[in-house]
Every structure is written in C-alpha cells, then in structure tokens.
Design a protein around this ligand. Sequence first.
Ligand code: DI6
Ligand code: FE
Length: 404
Amino acid sequence: MTLQLWTGCVAATLNPALPQPYGLIEDAALVVDGPLIGWVGVRSELPAALAARCGPAQDAGGALVTPGLIDPHTHLVYAGDRAREFEMRLGGVSYEEIARQGGGIASTVRQTRAASPEALRAQSRPRLQALCAEGVTTVEIKSGYGLDLESERKMLQAARQLGQELGVTVRTTFLGAHALPPEFAGRPDAYIDAVVAMLPVLHREGLVDAVDVFCERIGFSLDQTRRVFEAARALGLPVKLHAEQLSDSGGARLAADFGALSCDHLEYLSPQGVQAMADAGSVAVLLPGAFYFLRETRLPPLDGLRQRGVPMALATDCNPGSSPCTSLLLMMNMACTLWRMTPEEALAGVTRHAARALGLADRGLLAAGMRADLVFWQLDHPAQLSYAMGANPRLRTLIEGRVA
Ligand code: DI6
Ligand code: FE
C-alpha cells in the first residue's frame, strides 16, 4: 500500500520530546501509513527510502497541522434546554438555589427521560457536529440525565450511535451519580445502591468506558462517591470525578486513592488536593465555559498545578445548565483570557493532556506510531488557535488517515 505524504505545512506536534514550544516543526513533512502516522519531521530530513514508498506529495499550502482535538468532558446528550433558568440566574437566583428548587439537572432529567431515542439523538447530533466542525476527533460523553437504568442506557447508546454516525471516537462515561432523581428524594444512599446495581449491567452491554460522580454539596458525598468508585474498581473500570467545583469537598484526594484518570472543574482544589493528584498522576480537566457561564470568580489553582506538574486539560463541559457550549476553540481562548493559561498550555490541554484524561495513549500528539487523527488549519502559528474568538479556521480533518 502506498503511503500519503503531506508537505508544505507547519506541524504543531505537541511532542514533548521536541525542544521547540508546541513541538513546532516549520517546513514539515508528514507521512500517513494507513490509520497511523508513519513519520513526521523536517521535510529535508525525510528518509529517501520512506519517500520512495509514498504517493505524490500533497501540498498543504502552508497550513498549520495539529493533532485532532479532544474534548475530554461533555454532557452533550440531553433533551431540551434551560434558557428560562438562564433568565432566572440573570435575575439574581443562583445555580445552587435553582437546583434546590427542583430545577437544574432535575429539569433536564425530566425532558431526557421523556425523549424517544430518535429525538434524543436528533437534539444531540448538532452539538457533536459543531464540535467536529472545529476539528474535534475524540469526544467524551457522559450519561447522568437519565438516572434510571433504562434512561441511562438510552443516553449511552445515543452517544455511541452518534459517534459511529459521525465517524469520531466517542468515549462514554457512566455518571449515574449526577443528581438525586425525584423518586429517591431524601434517600440518597438508596439511590447509590441503585447506581451500583446499574453499573455492571451497562458495563456488560459494552456501554461504559469510565465512571464519574458529581461530588458536591448539591451532588453526592465523599462516602457515596467512594461506594460508586468501589463498584467501578470491581469491574476494572477507570474513574473520573466532578470535584471541588463549588466547594472543597476533598473529592480530588479520594479520587487519587482510586488512581483517577482525571478530576474535573477544581476551582476550590486545595494544595493537598493538588499534591494528591500529582502523586496519582491524575489529569486536571479545567472547564472555563462553566466558570464563565456561572460567573464564578474563584480560579482553579493553576500555579499549584503547574508547580506539581499536574497535566492540565481543557473541555467544553457541554451541558444545558452550566456550559451550553459547543466550541472547544472558544474554551482555549477563555482559558487564556480568564485564567492566563498560555496558548501552548491551551493547545496541549485539548490534545496531549486531553488524551491522557481519557486514558488514550494512541493519540494527542503527532509522532510516528500515533493515530493519524490530524487537523489542517488556515493558520501559520498555533497561538492563533487560542487568540481568535468565534473563528473557525479549520481546512480539513483526517481521522485514521482518511478525510473526515
Ligand atoms: N457539573 C456541571 O458543570 C454539570 N454537571 C455537573 O456535575 C452541570 C449539569 C447541569 O447543570 O445540567
Ligand atoms: Fe460536567
């Protein structure tokens, strides 16, 4: 089989083995060998023997090439919206208050339970399409608006089916412990029993790649979180956690005990929590859309995370209540403008570190042997990806070497 050869491009490889910022290679050549990257480097250094196996060089016209973008935290499968609650919040009612009044997540649960599988897919599809249109090739999608076996299954199946339809990788996370459904009002421990019973069933059906819990004053306690994590561990499933978004509950330290892939949100993460994440090798998935939309003022402890070497990923958190957002590029801009992350950190956050937050070792950087998930952009420097607001400079996406 002949290999594809791309030239005339600037490659932001994100490969930490290269000394330049962004692992940048000017005047790069890139060889695609079936579904994988065969070679990437300075064009003049392309080995002649390899060049001989390639088809005619395809000129990228000076485009920037990056790894396919990865959104490692979304709740994009849901029905309805919460625009009326948005109006209430602007009138001064808080997100937590709305949740306590039976709105919030519970209102999306009502609408998601009522939707047919087709309607749920139809409403969710444009959100996944919007992400893909901006160069996203791998997306994590959580359940958590069903809160009973049948409705959680419906959500996870919708997520899987949409991924197949659009030809992108979808990783599904079971978030049964997202909120207390009305039929369990006042009985959170009984609901955790139900979650622990749902998990093996959904896992057996091949619908679960990881397990998450909303550990928060308005979510579940540390003890309840631990019970769900123990059930995950018994099945060999990795865990993630919504932790320290609205308060410091110590969730990150608990998650670290379970070797969590990631802890997400983290505005109220303590120094002990940072240390625990560093020791466990967990990724910090930061969600600037939720910070912005809820008008939070407390920043995640970026300096602490940097000092301890905790990898920082970025995600949309696409959901109807706290981040109705389908632009990962906008998240990069917000992380830079609101939090002073660097554009290089932002790009690593939606590629290399995002891959790690999902436990995927085969993508997130451009190097021989990695998946050939690539995006070509009409840009000449990777900082431009974080700089513009609302632009979409994507030219072309390859997924496993094929034009998407
Ligand atoms: N944290 C979030 O930001 C979302 N879920 C969660 O646990 C919000 C979900 C929603 O409000 O619908
Ligand atoms: Fe979330």
